[in-house]
Design a protein around this ligand. Structure first.
Ligand code: RIB
Length: 314
């Protein structure tokens, strides 16, 4: 049977400007082009999971505006099931202001808009969550909704994968419901309460971060950007996998591609090392293209990069 993933999360219209360098605080830089691209960590991960081969449902909220129409259209075109998508009156759809520099790095500011109105899940939502293999959440919607979704997952024996992005501290109540935590090093440092969460040099090394987070959750995936990902669990498994080398154009949504693909592999019951590599291939494939939803890879593209990068050549 096809693996099923339900995403409870955000949808944003990304307003993207390419720029030679990212501005420092107080600085103005001249950009080179402007595009609008459907995005939002929740919608991106739902599209990523659907394109990676899962049956995927999205529970989220957009406004009644033109951005809301476009976001809905993008999700539908990728095969995401939208029974749980709310259209909210009186609030604009979420937007993200994004600058992308010549080195493919980005800077993102999100105005949540309608995403902040996703405050309650009903019985139908809870039943849907409990019927899927994996629940996937991020932190661009109200925290109480993430907790409600996680409780529904636990009641239904659905695995709960939390991508704790953007970085913030989280209550024990939520951490206790997590089956797999997916974080980058900044997010890990903030969650672990290490000084210097915004200062990579003081944010703790990989083993330290993993050990710290295992005190709160049973399994941790630490994404390392172009260097790949690390994994640790309470059974003592420790893994580190490299990412396929690619020429990166824009790293926006690369983490979403990774997380969406990892959720699919987890829902399919694939071995964790294979799941990590396949997710790294999805993230690398995404970074080769411009934009968020526009760059999320299809299953054959992930498979091709995975085979090329990790299978022994004969
Ligand atoms: O992870 C990338 C996403 O972060 C963008 O699409 C933007 O909308 C923000 O949510």
């Amino acid at each position: 049977m096809t693996a099923s993933v339900v995403v409870v999360g955000s949808a944003n219209m990304d307003l993207v400007v390419a720029t030679p360098t990212l501005p420092r605080p107080g600085e103005t830089v001249l950009g080179e082009g402007f595009t609008t691209v459907p995005g939002g960590k929740g919608a991106n991960q739902a599209v990523a999971a659907a394109r990676a081969g899962a049956r995927c449902h999205f529970l989220g909220a957009v406004g009644l505006d033109a951005f809301g129409d476009e976001l809905k259209g993008c999700l539908a075109a990728s095969g995401v099931e939208l029974d749980g998508l709310r259209r909210v009156a009186g609030h604009p759809s979420g937007v993200a202001l994004i600058a992308v520099d010549a080195a493919a790095e980005n800077l993102i500011v999100v105005a949540p808009g309608a995403n902040a109105q996703l405050t309650e899940l009903d019985a139908v939502d809870r039943e849907l969550i409990g019927s899927c293999d994996v629940l996937l959440c991020q932190l661009e919607i109200p925290l109480e909704t993430v907790v409600q979704a996680a409780v529904a997952a636990r009641a239904g024996h659905t695995a709960f994968i939390l991508n704790a992005a953007p970085a913030r501290a989280l209550p024990d109540e939520l951490m206790a419901l997590v089956d797999v935590l997916v974080v980058n090093q900044t997010e890990a440092a903030v969650l672990a309460g290490l000084d210097g969460g915004r200062d990579a040099s003081r944010a703790g090394n990989v083993p330290e971060l993993l050990a710290n987070l295992l005190a709160s959750v049973p399994r941790v995936v630490l994404t390392l950007g172009a260097a790949g990902a690390a994994y640790a669990d309470r059974d003592g498994t420790r893994l580190e996998v490299g990412a396929p080398p690619v020429a990166a154009v824009d790293t926006t949504a690369a983490g979403d591609a990774f997380t969406g693909a990892f959720a699919v592999a987890w829902a399919q019951g694939r071995p964790v090392e294979e799941a990590l590599r396949w997710a790294c291939a999805a993230g690398a494939a995404c970074a080769q293209h411009w934009g968020a939803s526009t760059s999320l890879p299809l299953q054959p593209d992930i498979d091709a990069l995975y085979e090329r990068a990790y299978q022994p050549q004969t």
